[in-house]
Design a protein around this ligand. Structure first.
Ligand code: ZN
Length: 328
């Protein structure tokens, strides 16, 4: 059945933030290259609205794929995977020095109410803070540390593994809280998706730049007629740099949005962990046996022998496995 309500929910405000906004920004960034290519290919006899429409459609699909690959995207931005080891070490060491300096200068400050003290700690709280009240650097990027900080919180405060218990808590959350959390996450994600989209446009302009330079230096016939005009070297170079700069800017802006997600994440553990029914180990073992016994009875009409723990048919009076032994 066609479920109009789920379709409506899918195309809600979070969809606009996660797909439409980054897709439109990508289309805008790619507009100059599209006009260069269409000017050559169709001698400018192309409807602008059509070019814009195609760009938007490609942009939406591209960002949709980014959304599907968000776990991998986040692994890169958090500095956990796909990194060159020395770059990872270097960036992490740099952050460690910065945090150490910040921590020391905050400790030296006598006045704990001063704005300097408060601002320094507001910055230090982006990093995981252990029960020794010291911030530590866990990952080479700021985003990685912001996320490590809130993911570490349930474990250090309550002994709860945040990934394991997050899904179990999610089922206990009221619908309104889930919606609120999805919205706050989308407000952080769209900036990361925009950053990825602009990285892709930087790569495409870089390829265009290389082809233009090849066309210019070697006068390759197939390139020089394909719209790779040497007059476009500087604009293309500029667009590579602009795409990269705005990509970084989007990433930086996402930091405070992710901190807000973190506050929601921590609050959910603080306020809702009591909703979880957590059995003790003996209780769980007992329950396991109860479910196994019920299954054996309902499925096959078997019961468990209290002596040897083997299952036998309820219709039999005695356990056929150990009745001989126990009577001896
Ligand atoms: Zn028995």
């Amino acid at each position: 059945m066609f479920d109009i309500f789920s379709i409506k929910a899918f195309f809600g405000y979070p969809f606009f933030l996660r797909i439409v906004l980054p897709g439109t920004i990508w289309a805008g960034a790619m507009y100059p290259m599209a006009t260069w290519l269409t000017t050559y290919l169709f001698e400018g006899r192309v409807n602008i609205a059509l070019v814009v429409g195609i760009l938007l459609a490609v942009g939406f699909v591209l960002v949709w794929v980014v959304d599907l690959l968000r776990s991998q995207v986040y692994l890169v931005y958090e500095g956990r995977s796909f990194w060159i080891p020395w770059a990872k070490r270097k960036l992490q060491a740099k952050l460690e020095r910065k945090v150490e300096r910040g921590y020391k200068s905050a400790e030296k400050e006598q006045d704990r109410q001063s704005s300097f003290y408060k601002e320094t700690w507001a910055w230090l709280r982006m990093f995981p803070i252990g029960l020794d009240c010291k911030p530590s650097v866990k990952r080479p990027t700021l985003l990685g540390n912001v996320m490590a900080a809130y993911e570490y919180y349930p474990l250090s405060r309550y002994g709860m593994d945040s990934i394991f218990y997050w899904y179990r808590l999610w089922f206990k959350l009221p619908e309104s809280i889930r919606k609120e959390y999805s919205l706050v996450s989308a407000e952080a994600q769209w900036l990361i998706y925009t950053s990825v989209a602009l990285c892709i446009s930087a790569v495409l302009y870089f390829v265009y730049l290389v082809l233009t330079l090849l066309a210019r230096c070697f006068a390759l016939p197939f390139l020089s007629v394909a719209g790779f005009d040497s007059a476009l070297v500087w604009p293309t170079g500029l667009l590579v740099l602009l795409s990269l700069a705005f990509s970084y800017l989007a990433y930086r802006f996402s930091i405070s949005a992710h901190r807000r997600v973190g506050e929601y994440f921590k609050s959910i553990f603080d306020d809702f962990r009591g909703e979880l029914k957590v059995p003790s180990a003996p209780e769980a073992a007992n329950e396991k046996r109860k479910f196994q016994d019920a299954w054996a009875y309902l499925q096959y009409g078997l019961t468990r022998c209290p002596e040897c723990n083997k299952y036998f048919a309820v219709a039999e009076d005695k356990c056929p496995y150990c009745s001989g032994r126990s009577s001896q």
